[in-house]
Write a protein that binds this ligand. Structure first.
Ligand code: ARG
Length: 484
């Protein structure tokens, strides 16, 4: 038991160092280092503007917006840092100062101008409707799209256009590849995107419809926090230089070539080529689950003890804790911790921190019940015997009851560990780069809808299967003394 305490203390301090030391490091750097940093906010799922691509085995964000950003940083003598996030979150990231500028194919609409400033325009695109090739003849005028199922990107001007189509049932999603997937899987019959983007997606099955939205031209400009006139002027200078050199057209061309569909190999080649993504994901999943279990264990034990005291209010609090956490979805708990706490209390947890907190408290509720069952399952006589030998309650608990209880509930705890490894995939929705998240990235790069997830499933299975074998072995070892 002593040893266990020591190990727990050690792990705890390691964790605290890790989560407090590592994560805010980037935030600190921004203010303390001498060389200037320019933080770019973008939503890298918008080829050829900005997208993920595996280059020399490493994941990189590329595209003509990124090339422009690099030129701006170069002219300012600053180091460019890219923050990838949902398109829908870009405006608030700029307003809250998390990023210095937004380059994301963003159209400077009147509505957006209310909350942020824009540079000069650097690009012009047209809106198009993409439909499945077999439906091409059904959609000849914009009227034909009325009452249709249409998908668009959330928070984009395409969503606004969709809202003007009578009776259209809109599905607004975060990422363009998912929007395209909606069309391919026949969940919608049309999508609205920009022509430059459409080019990367049309093939033998999907085509640009003859009809296109009225006033279909839209511009792209760089978003800046309101009132940052110097930055705005610097950006405009770079844009003017690039335009006079004809550089932007060239950047668009290069980016389009880069964005061209990678020919999709089979699942094994995908697994091998993108192994680094998955390996990184495994690291995060294991870290997240291990810490979730560790803290869940400690909190759970504490709650179990609360529930077994004779003080009514304490008992009631323990029960309420367990019931509430077991009775609400983990996804909801995650949203409250990650966004709710940030908005109301101003505490901004990183995705890793929010993930650990959510998993810990969620699993602590289940573990508390397991512990309680285990402790109550130990014969009362054990406690009485220990007490009559002169041990006090706490010592008796620690040396006599808990070890026996622990052995009895080990299989149940093992199940909980396995559950946590699988459930941790939920944390990917807040941008935690675990296995599930990486599968999504690989899907977006390869345009494959199935293989990336089969690979993820295989990895999760190997992890949980190994763990369950290990736990079996541990169980056998612990029960060896019972079989004398
Ligand atoms: N131009 C459109 C808009 O401003 C779409 C931009 C989407 N950009 C992106 N990176 N997903 O609403």
């Amino acid at each position: 038991m002593k040893k266990i305490t020591r190990i727990i203390v050690f792990l705890l301090s390691a964790v605290i160092l890790l989560t407090t030391g590592l994560i805010p490091a980037s935030a600190q750097e921004a203010t303390t280092t001498v060389n200037k940093k320019l933080i770019l906010g973008t939503s890298a799922e918008f080829a050829p503007y900005e997208f993920h691509k595996r280059i020399d085995g490493k994941d990189q964000i590329v595209g003509f917006d990124i090339s422009i950003a690099k030129e701006i940083a170069k002219d300012m003598g600053a180091e460019l840092i890219i923050e990838d996030m949902g398109f829908d979150s870009l405006l608030s990231a700029l307003q809250s100062g998390r990023v210095d500028m937004v380059i994301s194919g963003m159209t400077p609409t009147e509505e957006r101008r209310q909350s942020i400033d824009f540079s000069d325009n650097y690009y012009m695109a047209r809106q198009v409707m993409i439909v499945r090739a077999e439906d091409k003849d059904k959609f000849l005028t914009m009227k034909d799209f009325e009452n249709e199922k249409i998908s668009v990107q959330k928070g984009s001007i395409q969503e606004e256009i969709g809202q003007t189509i009578q009776g259209a049932q809109l599905t607004a999603l975060d990422k363009i590849p998912d929007v395209v997937l909606q069309l391919q899987t026949k969940r919608v019959n049309a999508i609205i995107v920009e022509d430059t983007v459409a080019e990367g997606y049309i093939d033998s099955e999907t085509v640009i419809a003859d009809a296109s939205p009225a006033d279909s031209e839209s511009y792209a400009a760089i978003g800046i926090k309101k009132g940052k006139v110097e930055l705005q002027a610097a950006i405009n200078d770079t844009l003017a230089r690039l335009k006079s050199e004809g550089a932007i057209d060239q950047m668009v061309k290069d980016a389009s070539i880069l964005a061209a569909k990678v020919e999709s190999g089979n699942i094994l080649t995908t697994a091998w080529e993108y192994r680094n993504y998955y390996i990184k994901g495994i690291g995060f999943t294991l870290l997240l689950s291990a810490l979730g279990v560790l803290f869940g264990f400690i909190i759970g034990l504490f709650i179990a003890i609360l529930r077994m005291t004779n003080i009514r209010i304490v008992k009631w609090l323990g029960t309420a804790y367990v019931e509430v956490l077991r009775g609400t979805p983990m996804l909801v708990q995650l949203m409250i911790i990650h966004y709710g706490v940030a908005l109301t209390l101003g505490v901004n947890f990183s995705p890793l921190q929010s993930g650990i907190i959510t998993l810990s408290i969620n699993s602590s509720a289940y573990l508390a019940e397991i512990f309680r069952a285990g402790i109550q399952g130990v014969d009362r006589g054990q406690m009485e015997a220990a007490r009559s030998l002169g041990m006090n309650r706490i010592t008796a608990m620690r040396h006599i009851v808990l070890p026996q209880a622990f052995k009895a509930v080990l299989p149940a705890i093992g199940n909980e560990f396995i559950t946590i490894i699988k459930e941790s995939s939920i944390i990917s929705v807040i941008g935690m780069a675990d296995i599930m998240y990486q599968a999504g990235v690989v899907k977006n790069i390869t345009y494959q809808g199935l293989s990336p997830f089969i690979i993820a499933a295989a990895i999760y299975f190997v992890l949980t299967f190994t763990l369950s074998k290990l736990l079996n072995a541990l169980e056998r070892k612990l029960s060896a003394s019972d079989n004398r």
